[in-house]
Design a protein around this ligand. Structure first.
Ligand SMILES: Nc1ncnc2c1ncn2[C@@H]1O[C@H](COP(=O)(O)OP(=O)(O)OP(=O)(O)O)[C@@H](O)[C@H]1O
Length: 244
């Protein structure tokens, strides 16, 4: 089986000499279809760096990254952008939706940017909206939606066009806890349907929805815990490793 994502010995440093920061230091990570992992660690431990590299937004200083079977090294900026639009969906704390567009227009946007016809993009967006349970809100603009609905729209955009990898950076940060749980349950459902998910979170409760939890500190993986949907908070060795 082709891994959705494979990272081998991935290092990302910033600056040089005494000012050098090792944001990631020799990380190995593989992710298969349908796998949901949570990444936890203190502020500055490399979580966002990991997501940026996994999605081809940033390039490693050393090591190899293979996304959907394609090695990222040596790819031009345009090729990377194309691969990213076809394979990866990002979900952010602040949703990153275009406020003046309707829900379905937001979901269609990445496909249209990729040269897809409006008709095909709309058909794919309708499928994605159905998967997140928001078909009936397709024609609403963002100011007519709750935070939870907006995040579901952002998730629909992330999977639209059959993209197989969701990279979610604190997607519940702007939501109340019930709405946050609903978003986690949706990510879990999508993983159970075969989408691979990497979730960066500070909350053990949310990491509990993942299959496994990767703990980072100073750019290195310090630990890994098996999890299980909804029950991991009880089993994770969080203690002192719990994020700040
Ligand atoms: N563009 C950059 N230039 C210089 N240093 C950077 C840059 N981006 C990140 N870093 C450094 O790399 C390290 C890892 O940063 P990163 O943002 O990945 O951590 P994080 O775990 O996501 O933190 P947080 O939980 O606060 O978002 C930090 O020391 C940070 O200061």
């Amino acid at each position: 089986m082709t891994h959705v994502l494979e990272m081998r010995g991935v290092t990302r440093s910033y600056g040089s000499g005494d000012a050098q920061v090792l944001a990631l230091d020799g990380l190995d990570l593989t992710l298969d279809p349908g796998e949901f992992i949570a990444v936890m660690g203190p502020s500055g431990s490399g979580k966002s760096t990991l997501l940026g590299l996994a999605g081809g937004l940033d390039a490693p200083t050393d090591g190899q990254i293979t996304l959907a079977g394609t090695p990222l090294s040596g790819k031009s900026r345009d090729d990377l952008a194309r691969l990213r639009r076809r394979s990866v969906g990002f979900v952010f704390q602040d949703f990153n939706l275009v406020p003046t567009l309707t829900a379905i227009e937001n979901v269609m946007l990445p496909l249209e940017l990729d040269g897809c016809s409006s008709k095909d993009a709309r058909a794919a967006a309708e499928v994605a909206l159905r998967r997140v349970g928001l078909t009936e809100l397709a024609e609403r603009t963002m100011d007519q939606m709750s935070g939870g609905q907006r995040q579901r729209i952002a998730i629909a955009r992330a999977i639209c066009g059959d993209r197989r990898l969701i990279l979610a950076d604190e997607p519940t940060g702007a939501l109340d806890s019930n709405t946050g749980d609903e978003v986690m349950a949706l990510l879990r459902d999508l993983a159970d349907e075969g989408v691979a998910v990497i979730l960066v979170t500070h909350e053990a409760r949310h990491a509990g929805w993942a299959d496994r939890v990767v703990f980072l500190r100073d750019g290195r993986q310090t630990d890994q815990a098996q999890s299980g949907a909804g029950d991991a908070a009880a089993t994770l060795p969080l203690g002192p490793k719990r994020a700040s």
